[in-house]
Design a protein around this ligand. Structure first.
Ligand code: GLN
Length: 292
């Protein structure tokens, strides 16, 4: 029976791989394996083991539904419901942007700044989305006070579920609203050590040219940065100055070719540029500013 099972699975995988490849997905084989492994709750490697149970007809139908969704270019992460960030698994839904590896540079930049945390610092994460930055920082800085804001109630639900998923319930104060606005009533003006944000930064004219996974499925609210993509930085700068203590830092993720204009805008209104960090593709990705 076992070799028959393997052959059956391999046939399914071959058909699925072809469907994904025809839909323009570069690594169709790996993704088909990932989806079938997800369904069988096993690793991709285990798909080649002789003692694997075969798919029953319901599972076969579910598998072909998942392949159809992926062939329609729905991101694999929305189908699986998760994405890894900084070694932790985060729940993702269409209410949230899917965490990107380059966003881990923000965590790296913060760690370079503060090293292992001794003091109880106050951090604010704007546009928290899945909460990947706030939750990761909660695990790294056990004594920090952490606040996170988002305009989207759906995203905040996901962020809260990621907080409990990683045992951080009670560590993060989630606030619904625009950027730093929800902090006004908490009286933190002049007291925040660190503000970080991965705001929407895609220029509006480029939204229709994004790859289908992004353009058709990820929330516009998390992508649209206005006519030149820089709207959010413009709005964050004056409010962040108000909330940071002198010497406090603002960590921003920026899009391709945005570091120079963001830096110029910041300097013009009195920020000191601390540093600009490149991502693994060599793109200037993180701008760190200091409130004088
Ligand atoms: N990094 C995302 C992308 O290029 C955009 C994220 C954002 O706008 N903050 O698809």
């Amino acid at each position: 029976m076992n070799t028959t099972v393997i052959r059956g699975l391999q046939n399914l995988l071959q058909t699925a791989t072809r469907a994904l490849t025809d839909a323009g997905i570069p690594d169709g084989r790996r993704e088909a394996e990932t989806l079938i492994a997800h369904l069988l709750d096993c690793t991709r490697l285990a798909l080649y083991r002789a003692d694997l149970p075969s798919l029953d007809s319901d599972q076969e139908k579910t598998f072909s539904d998942l392949i159809r969704r992926r062939a329609n270019r729905e991101p694999l992460q929305y189908i699986l419901g998760t994405q890894e960030f900084w070694g932790l698994e985060f729940r993702v839904t269409t209410d949230t942007l899917i965490p990107r590896p380059e966003t881990e540079m923000l965590i790296e930049a913060v760690l370079e700044q503060w090293g292992p945390p001794a003091l109880p610092i106050t951090l604010v994460d704007l546009c928290t989305g899945t909460g990947c930055l706030a939750v990761t920082l909660a695990t790294l800085y056990p004594t920090a006070r952490i606040l996170a804001t988002d305009l989207s109630p759906g995203a905040l639900d996901v962020a809260r579920s990621n907080t409990s998923r990683h045992g951080m319930t009670g560590r993060i104060e989630f606030l619904e609203g625009d950027l730093l606005k929800p902090l006004a009533s908490i009286r933190l003006q002049g007291q925040v050590d660190l503000i970080l944000a991965n705001p929407p930064y895609i220029p509006a004219s480029e939204l229709d040219r994004l790859q289908p996974e992004v353009g058709l499925y990820e929330p516009r609210l998390a992508l649209d940065g206005g006519p030149d993509g820089l709207d959010f930085y413009r709005r964050i700068f004056p409010r962040a100055i108000e909330f940071l203590r002198p010497g406090g830092r603002l960590f921003l993720e920026v899009g391709i070719r945005q570091a120079i204009p963001v830096r110029a805008m910041a300097e013009q209104i009195g920020w000191r540029v601390d540093r600009i960090k490149k991502d693994l593709s060599g793109i200037d990705r993180v701008v760190v500013l200091e409130k004088p």
